[in-house]
Design a protein around this ligand. Structure first.
Ligand SMILES: Nc1ncnc2c1ncn2[C@@H]1O[C@H](COP(=O)(O)OP(=O)(O)OP(=O)(O)O)[C@@H](O)[C@H]1O
Ligand SMILES: O=P(O)(O)OC[C@@]1(O)O[C@H](CO)[C@@H](O)[C@@H]1O
Length: 308
């Protein structure tokens, strides 16, 4: 089974506005609510590709209830822990002259609630895959990603990590199967530029040297580079289309990659499906559905190439 972990799910309030001025009253042109958080998005994308997963994590308050109901209505199996204090955050995704995001910090999670969460992970087996992604509410221990990565290694579970900074870096010693930083995250992690392919390659290789088996660097409209454990490097150009909302494109890439890799074990095909899923979501309001992903897949699959 594939399990996604979202410590900090979110109700995404996606709005467009003709203009946005800080310090002024602004008005929206369109508004949508989509249920998200990185792991939840991965589960939604996996579901779109007929791949079963169970969404784990913490929800709270009326927003948490709405999120659980909403994703279950989509057909996702969830096993969230409902925490007592606070509420699941509402993240603003504003599309005006530029894309602006305002992400909340999330509810208060108690020691007992965290204990119940780890009890659920006790049942993992080497047949399972765990996707660990997104930010962590302040009330959780700083080394929570490392704790989960260690557990995954001990249990022989395949681990995929998509997070920024120290969260991702702290998992490397436990040899995650795949890490997926975007280019900015990669650059910030090492306080080094990641503008050229050579620079990205040097930093991705450093992630591998520190323990990651495979590294997928997403570069939004510039495509993605995949560095495999067997030493190959693949490049996938981004799909062509009209950008609607890139929120969740990275999560969709992870979901598409995983759905295909679980089926075929083929890195090149997995990169093509990840690219299709990422692009399809960038061209949608929420996480893309099957038909859009497949249409984009047709247009991108021939462009994936081995560069080393
Ligand atoms: N504007 C776009 N046009 C085409 N494809 C895109 C676009 N934006 C994203 N993608 C596809 O999705 C993949 C992941 O996007 P990106 O690098 O923005 O991830 P991310 O920063 O992790 O996203 P997020 O945090 O919003 O989920 C890209 O590698 C690309 O294949
Ligand atoms: O604050 P985090 O956890 O880093 O990111 C949360 C988030 O921006 O990630 C998803 C897109 O990747 C959205 O659904 C959600 O609002």
């Amino acid at each position: 089974m594939i399990y996604t972990i979202t410590f900090n799910p979110a109700v995404d309030y996606v709005v467009t506005a003709d203009t946005f001025r800080t310090g002024k009253t602004n008005r929206t042109k369109t508004e949508n609510i989509v249920f998200g958080g990185k792991g939840v998005n991965v589960s939604l994308l996996l579901h779109a590709l007929n791949t079963k997963s169970i969404a784990l994590g913490f929800i709270a308050g009326f927003t948490g209830k709405a999120l659980r109901e909403g994703v279950e209505k989509e057909g996702i199996t969830t096993d969230f822990i409902e925490v007592e204090n606070g509420f699941t955050r509402i993240n603003l995704k504003l599309h005006a002259e530029e894309e602006t995001e305002l992400n909340g910090s999330g509810p208060e999670i108690s020691e007992n609630e965290l204990k119940s969460f780890f009890e659920k992970l006790g049942a993992l087996t080497p047949q399972d895959t765990l996707v660990l992604s997104g930010s962590v509410p302040k009330s959780l221990p700083k080394d929570i990603y490392a704790q989960i990565a260690k557990l995954a290694q001990t249990k022989g579970v395949r681990l995929i990590v998509d997070a920024a900074g120290d969260l991702l870096l702290s998992t490397l010693e436990f040899q995650p199967f795949l890490v997926k930083p975007n280019r900015e995250e990669l650059s910030e992690m090492f306080r080094a530029p990641a503008d050229t392919e050579e620079q990205v390659t040097a930093l991705a290789e450093e992630l591998k040297r520190r323990g990651a088996k495979n590294v997928l660097v997403s570069m939004a409209g510039d495509g993605a580079l995949l560095y495999t454990e067997t030493g190959e490097v693949y490049f996938a150009p981004a799909a062509k289309g009209t950008l609607i909302n890139s929120t969740g494109a990275g999560d969709s890439m992870v979901g598409g990659f995983l759905a295909e890799f679980t089926r075929s074990g083929d890195f090149e095909k997995a990169l093509a499906m990840g690219t299709a899923a990422g692009g399809a979501t960038a061209f949608s309001v929420g996480i893309a559905g099957f038909q859009k992903i497949m249409a984009v897949h047709e247009s991108v699959k021939a462009g994936v190439q081995r560069v080393r």
